[in-house]
Each structure stands twice: as C-alpha cells, then as structure tokens.
Design a protein around this ligand. Sequence first.
Ligand code: CP
Length: 308
Amino acid sequence: LRHLLTIEGLPHALITEILDTAESFASMNAQAVKKVPLLRGKTVVNLFFEASTRTRTTFELAAKRLSADVLNMNISTSATTKGESLLDTLRNLEAMYVDMFVVRHESSGAAHFFARHVAPHVSVLNAGDGRHAHPTQALLDMFTIRRHKQDFTRLRVAIVGDILHSRVARSQIHALNILNTGEIRVIAPQSLLPAQVESLGVHVYNDIRQGLKDVDVIIMLRLQRERMESGLLPSEHEFFQLYGLTQERLALAHPDCIVMHPGPANRGVEIDSRVADGPRSVILEQVTYGIAVRMAVMSMIMGGSVTP
Ligand code: CP
C-alpha cells in the first residue's frame, strides 16, 4: 500500500488487515502508554484546504502517537492565497523532505492529483476530496460496526440523508460491499440521490419509515450545503419532518440497532438530540476509533512493523 486514495477496488483481505491492525492500536490508545516509535524520523504534512475538526485532529494525534513529526499547514495563511498553484505548493513542501501528505480538498480528484505528482518515496492519504471519497472515514466506520456487530454478512445497514453530495456515503457503500454486508439501504429524497445509485449495490427507499424497518445500523448524514447549487437547498425544517432521525423512527429498527454519524451533526436537521446523545448512539466512539484506524493506515503505508 503506497497511497490511500479511495476504498473502491481494495481487496477484502487488505481492509480486514487494516481493521485488525487498528484493533491493537485501539487497545493501546485506551491504556496509559500511548506512543510507539514506528514512524520515528518520518514527517507527515496535514494539508487541509477545507474545514475539519475530527479528521485533521485525529490524523495529527495518530501521527504523533506513531512518533512522526507533524506539520499542520494553515492554508488560509499560506502562499496559496497569493496565487501559488497546488503543484508548486506540493513541490516546495517536498523540498523539505516530507514523507506523507494528508490531503483534504474541495475538488474531487485532488488527492489523486497529488499522488500522481509526488516523489516516489512520498505517500498521499486522502482525507476527503469533493464528493468523491473519504476512505479513512469509511474504514473507521467499518471498525465501529465490526466492534458492535461482528459479522457483516448478516447486517442490514441504512445510510440516510444527503447521499448525492456525500463522499462519506460513497466510501461507506464501497467498504460495506467489499465486506459482503447483507443489505445496504440508502434512504433519501430522489433529489439527494445520485443517478443510478442502485448500480452501487444498494436498495433505495424514499420513505424513511419503510427504510428503517429492522435495520441493525443507521448512518445519518448532514445536508452538505457547501456542495449544493442554491436551487437545491431543502428547508431544514422540512428535511427534519421527512428524514430526521427521531426516537419514534429509531423504534422501527432492530432493538439492538446502533446509530452512527460521521459528523459534523446538525441537531434538529438530520438527527434529534435525544437520539444523538441516546443509548444507541456510537457517534463519539467513531471519533475515538478514528485515531486507531489512522494509526493503522499510516503505519502500513510507511512500511515497518505494524505491531504496536
Ligand atoms: N467526518 C469528518 O470528516 O469530519 P470533519 O469534517 O470534522 O473532519
């Protein structure tokens, strides 16, 4: 594994290896000794052209727990604001002997662009590109599901909300398919579904009450307004009435159903606070596991032993 740009096409065995490796890091993170020397001497650059709370900080923590040096580029005060191109930014950072770029960008394909142009010893991790892919988010989501549910082949998983603009949904659907998930449902109005979404191997529901029936996992998504054309913007109130996850709707799912959300969550728009903070919610666990999963990916990409 040299780069991680997308989940699409990854072998089942590789995803399982990443999740198994993350298990050891998750145990380590829960204990007092949190640091291992696996990436000592390596330099990781966090290059976030879009806002982030969870992904940027957990990548930073993951790299530091592996003993790497971490450079957090502040894009708003960098020379890109003076017109420096993406390629020149890359070349200049590479001249500082960095080993890995963690890239988030509003354009689909930006991480692939980086991967095509970096020097042979440098790796690229996609931390979210446009509406295309967010591979480590999908991996930490699979890790969370596996911790609670073990066998994917028996699961019904529902992804609810703005599927059309969601790189997270796309990556989750690929990961769930590779892991042979029993049934993947997407629940959304037609206007927030990609064309021919069924070709991704999902069952489509426009009615949330029908879609949630007996599911084992619910993944809620926010309305990604930053990627919508203005004419498409649904009213938040109307969206909550039609697609918001309430306690009453959650009761339609399997009694052991877990509720997930990649964040940021918009309470009262796609999810009721009583559900987000309720006993079925594993939303903050997802954040915690993000560190272990990103440690696993970085240690596997940069070679060396992956046993903490
Ligand atoms: N899930 C996710 O990508 O969150 P951030 O935008 O806070 O990184």
